[in-house]
Design a protein around this ligand. Structure first.
Ligand code: V47
Length: 368
């Protein structure tokens, strides 16, 4: 491998990584430009194994999307409907949301992940009651709810500070924030694809406050549309800088753009090799992140499996109900059972570890 890395001009980067030295913007861009995907995978896998060996994490979770009514006009989104009356617009009553959890009383769920549109008319009490109701049904289940973009929207709609919104949601049962809404932090990209929602500064500021209040969170990156390689690396470096400050991020999650039924549908979907490359470069750039997650709904199950040799150590979970990707053309199933997840990890030559949201081990590799 040394000769191969040398012929690719990557010896300096490989040496830095081996010495646990941090990579910079130019080095990240050089990695994206490297034609040899497997050499990149080899480097990323070395970093992955330093941290986790062959262990691969997943959880028993449930995704809920209570409303797709959304005032934001993100060009990449196929899920949102602008007004409550639009065809296909929906807003579930609290009882309808809670029933989805009640119906799963037999499942050993450890996490509910809620993402919604930015609904202009719902009262703050809807979200507080949602959290309280979910906790009342399953007190032990971790509630990972509302992206930083939703938090910013609540602050403006209800005339509160971001901190007060987070404190009230935490008092009602919120345990952590998911990573959605990050897209690409570059101002150029945001102006073009999602100009009317929280900007990068606000997104990161809300995660900073959440971390200070004792919550953990994730950060995502929507790739494969109009962003440049520099903008991808810049995005990773902004997440890395906040992680240096707070240590509150758990996982970095690249999200593959899905082009069906949205305003960017002329663009092709990212290729499997681009997906593997993005996950590998993420592992190499993000020296202070424990986990790189492949969201199998977005990458496809087969590519997620291969990604376990390209820097990825986490596959998200069972998911069960997902609309954002399926409305944008995803052909992945809506659910993977834990048996199936464990099998696909084992068949890739890795060791499945069921975790909870905070990465406490629920089922070690040798227990099933
Ligand atoms: O913020 C929307 C993305 C995100 C499309 O924190 C799209 O553990 C691709 O953030 N093509 C929501 N992506 C999902 C999300 C997430 C997923 C899994 C785990 C976690 C976590 C978070 O989905 C949005 C947006 O970036 N998205 N539309 C689309 N057409």
């Amino acid at each position: 491998m040394q000769a191969r890395l040398s012929s690719l001009g990557l010896t300096d980067i490989a040496d830095k990584l081996e010495a646990s030295e941090r990579l910079g913007l130019d080095e990240g861009v050089r990695l994206f430009a490297c034609p040899d995907l497997h050499a990149l995978g080899w480097l990323a896998n070395r970093e992955r194994e330093k941290r986790h060996g062959g262990h691969t994490f997943y959880n028993y979770n449930l995704r809920l999307e209570a409303t797709n009514v959304c005032v934001a006009t993100c060009l990449f989104c196929s899920f949102s409907r602008l007004k409550p009356g639009d065809a296909e617009a929906y807003t579930l009553s609290l009882e309808q949301v809670l029933d989805k959890l009640r119906q799963r009383a037999h499942q050993p769920l450890t996490e509910v992940h809620v993402v919604n549109g930015l609904h202009p008319d719902l009262p703050f009490s809807y979200y507080l009651d949602l959290l309280r109701g979910l906790k009342a049904i399953r007190p032990g289940v971790h509630l990972k709810c509302f992206t930083a973009v939703e938090i910013a929207f609540f602050s403006e709609l209800y005339g509160m500070t971001d901190e007060q919104v987070l404190r009230d949601l935490m008092a009602a049962g919120l345990d952590s924030l998911p990573g959605g809404g990050a897209e690409v932090f570059s101002e150029r990209v945001r102006r073009k694809i999602c100009h009317d929602k929280a900007d990068a500064y606000r997104y990161l500021s809300i995660h900073r406050i959440a971390h200070r209040l004792g919550m953990r969170s994730n950060v995502t990156m929507l790739y494969g549309h109009i962003e440049t390689m520099e903008e991808r690396v810049d995005h990773m470096m902004r997440a890395r800088a906040l992680q240096d400050e707070t240590g509150g991020f758990q996982a970095f999650i690249p999200l593959a753009f899905h082009p069906d039924h949205n305003q960017m549908e002329k663009l092709p979907a990212p290729s499997a090799s681009d997906t593997l490359r993005v996950h590998a470069v993420s592992r190499l750039m993000l020296d202070n992140f424990s986990h790189i997650k492949a969201f199998w709904i977005a990458t496809g199950v087969d590519v997620a499996q291969v990604s376990l040799w390209y820097g990825v150590d986490d596959l998200d979970g069972t998911v069960q109900e997902e609309k954002i990707y399926h409305m944008a053309g995803a052909r992945t199933p809506e659910i993977l059972t834990t048996t199936r997840i464990r099998a696909l990890i084992r068949n890739a030559g890795r060791l499945p570890v069921e975790r909870d949201t905070l990465y406490n081990v629920i089922t070690p590799p040798d227990a099933a």
